[in-house]
Design a protein around this ligand. Sequence first.
Ligand code: ZN
Length: 87
Amino acid sequence: MERCRAKSKRSREQCKNYAIKGWGVCRMHGAGGGPRTWEGYIACKKGPSKHGFYSKEAREELRDLQNSISQSNARINKDFNTDSTLK
Ligand SMILES: [Zn+2]
């Protein structure tokens, strides 16, 4: 397994952790992470578009995802309120 490329600023020793495949650095030094925004999620799913903008299709999918999430959240809240009502 590949070692993390990162070096400690203090000790100047190379990081001893194993690198995440494809990143060259360990989890502590920025590998993985994952998308933090819906735009990032879509970008990961679709891959980067050549012109640097998200495709129309990706935008529509993003909107659908946001809609379905807000709907399911509303449903969960409704169910929770119903279930928690003491009779
Ligand atoms: Zn590291």
